[in-house]
Design a protein around this ligand. Structure first.
Ligand code: HEC
Length: 163
């Protein structure tokens, strides 16, 4: 009986020690894994952000020409946010030095939305679109030509004001 007891105690102690060493050995391995996960964290590239800007740019147009000012304001905010994200996540891209040129046209659109003025909206949207292209041109991406859209970018969204 005593011998069995002793054996159990011995077994417990050794398995306990075993566990302790395992944990110690696991710590560096775990840190390595976390590091690897961090390196693998998905960071959208400049082109990914630009695709988002392109979609919001098109939606903004259809919101504005329908005098849907709430939606226009929302889409404008999405464009501004996306350009901010570019500055956060694409710091390694030299092109972002020229990104501020987009702010004055975005501010003009914001004014037109506040005034609820479709004509001002259209002219500031033209200026916005030519500024997109100016930035592409000075950064040797002149082959990405942005235009005022002639059809809605999606067919599952209504751009008119809802009564
Ligand atoms: C910093 C200046 C700059 C501004 C301002 C800018 N772009 Fe870009 N754009 C770029 C660069 C650089 C690329 C190439 C990105 C890459 O390397 O993938 C690009 C690429 C694009 C692309 C191609 C994406 C693709 O994969 O098909 C589209 C579309 C685009 N931009 C839309 C816009 C629109 C719309 C605006 C204005 C609302 C705009 N851009 C404003 C610099 C700019």
């Amino acid at each position: 009986m005593k011998a069995i007891h002793f054996a159990i105690v011995l077994l417990l102690t050794s398995s306990c020690n075993q566990g302790h060493t395992d944990v110690q050995q696991q710590i560096p391995a775990r840190t390595d894994r976390l590091q690897q996960q961090e390196n693998k964290t998905y960071k959208p590239g400049l082109g990914d952000f630009m695709l988002a800007v392109q979609m919001h740019h098109a939606k903004l147009w259809f919101a504005g020409i329908n005098s849907n000012w709430k939606l226009a304001d929302f889409e404008l905010g999405e464009i501004q946010e996306t350009f901010q994200d570019v500055q956060t996540y694409n710091r390694d891209r030299p092109e972002i030095k020229t990104i501020n040129m987009i702010n004055p046209p975005l501010e003009n659109i914001s004014k037109a939305i506040k005034k609820k003025n479709v004509e001002d909206f259209k002219s500031s949207f033209s200026l916005l679109t030519s500024t997109c292209n100016n930035c592409h041109r000075i950064n040797q991406y002149e082959f990405n030509v942005i235009t005022i859209p002639n059809s809605p970018p999606v067919n599952n969204q209504n751009f008119e004001v809802q009564k």
